[in-house]
Design a protein around this ligand. Structure first.
Ligand code: SLL
Length: 273
């Protein structure tokens, strides 16, 4: 087949998000069922539309149509759902359902045939219940001597609805086929905004209690910062342990020398009986 030749030395990545958003059912909607939540699980482009979609289940990601690269997505739901293996063959690649409990959803992404790419599988834990509020984000500085003690931090109540749980991923196509490479070049992803354009009702968007937000360059930078801080801590710990090791080795050498000296003096002047 023409166009399936792979382009050497080239790789192209595409940012996506997968996950779910959940809202509480209203009292009327709950009548006669044991279901409590409505959720949407999906695979979307990472950038969100510039306006906040009024429905919370549609707010995160999804600015771009991904059908130039994705042929279909299957979502394997909990076995009690009708037709639990949902196959979505056109965008938006998502499933909306109601339910009462959280469970793991296997998401399988199939690429367009001309890409000759193997499907990718993600596991997503369907999230219905609120994120705990992260106390680190409300940390108050410890008062220095003489200062008034800080007021105890005021934690906001966790947000029950909407609840978002989305994972950012970059799919890397290594040496794409000629045909697919053309499609990739014709469909550049919308860039992430520099920061969250939607109201930050709580803490950090999308995690740690945030309830409205979007993936942004600021978030990426914060994650990078967290990673480099973690890396530095590991390096500091390695250095600290190396110093301890050197000190222990010096102590050991000293002790060995002492033992030798004692043994030598012992053999030179045998102890009196
Ligand atoms: C739990 N292990 O106990 C999990 C299972 C299943 C959730 C959660 C309704 C399904 C239906 C539903 O939400 N199931 O109506 O078919 O928490």
């Amino acid at each position: 087949m023409s166009g399936v030749k792979r382009i050497r030395g080239v790789s192209v990545f595409r940012p996506i998000v997968y996950g779910n958003s959940t809202t509480l059912l209203t009292e009327e909607e709950k009548a006669g069922t044991d279901h409590t939540h409505r959720w949407t699980v999906g695979v979307r482009s990472a950038a969100s539309p510039p306006y906040a979609n009024p429905h919370p289940n549609q707010q995160i990601g999804g600015a771009d149509d991904l059908s130039y690269m994705i042929k279909k997505v299957t979502f394997k739901l909990y076995e009690t759902y009708k037709n639990p293996l949902r196959s979505i063959e056109q965008p938006p690649f998502e499933v909306t359902e109601t339910g009462w409990g959280e469970f793991d959803i296997v998401i399988k992404v199939f690429f367009v045939p001309e890409s000759n790419e193997k499907p990718l599988t993600f596991n997503h834990h369907l999230k219905l219940h609120p994120w705990p509020v992260d106390p680190i984000l409300y940390h108050q500085p410890t008062p220095v001597d003489g200062d008034q003690p800080a007021e105890p931090p005021q934690y906001p109540a966790p947000v029950l609805s909407p609840v978002h749980s989305w994972q950012y991923e970059e799919i890397v196509f290594t040496e794409p086929t000629e045909l697919f490479y053309t499609a990739l070049l014709e469909n550049r992803p919308s860039p992430l905004p520099s920061s969250n354009r939607h109201p930050k009702l709580l803490t950090h968007p999308l995690s740690a209690g945030g309830n409205i937000g979007e993936f942004s360059l600021e978030m990426e930078a914060e994650e990078g910062h967290r990673l480099s801080k973690g890396r530095q801590r590991v390096l500091d710990q390695i250095e600290e342990m190396r110093m301890q090791l050197v000190a222990h080795e010096q102590e050991l050498t000293g002790l060995k020398r002492e033992v030798e000296q004692i043994q030598q003096s012992g053999s030179a002047t045998p102890a009196a009986a």
